[in-house]
Write a protein of this length. Sequence first.
Length: 250
Amino acid sequence: MKKLIDIVARLRSPDGCPWDKKQTHASLIPYLLEEVWEVIEEIQQEKTDAPLKEELGDLLLQIVLHAQIAQEQDLFTMDDVVDAISEKMVLRHPHVFQTNDGGLSDKDLKLQWHKIKSNEKNRKSITEGIPVGAPALLNALTISKRAASLGFDWETPGDVLLKVEEELDEVRHEMKTGNADKLEEELGDLLFTITNLARVYNINPELALKKGNDKFIRRFTVVEKEIIKAKKEGTELSMEEMQSCWETTK
């Protein structure tokens, strides 16, 4: 770790790299997000450990960069970051580091985690501390998890599915009325409820949607080739022909 910290410090020094020297916490956000998703992609592909190792290194670089910028501003150092997360993990796992109680259920562990976290943040409400800049699907998952931690939840997954169907009916109704604002509202309710359906099955909706996007791209690439081929031949594919091609890719 010290080797990487020293490298980043050199890059940020007066005789370092012009690009690295001009970076700020804000300017690094796109790169941080990019590295996170590249790590996720490597985990999902499950091919070899070598690419994952490389992507984890790229992600670690971003963390060290942020710590170096903070150190230059006399705020904190990388050692402070490591100390803080170490202390937090010990405090949030009293069943491991204090009582050595390995008999807690998953539900008990979640309740304990949320209670400790809430006390740490001194939050008066579970709705506090939700990152505004995070993807809406991830925030929906966070909100629903916090509500469920207080017992505000459906009794069974089937009940959630019934709620999805109810919200879908409301979307159909607003489609008929032609009220765009109400339709947007009902679509939001439908997406939020679908997020809850994913949650009860321990599925991350953001990752599920990403997989759906990837699947669509793979299949549509085949359809796109046929569309381009038809245009070169001076014709156009009908919707039925495109749909037939799509079904073939499935």
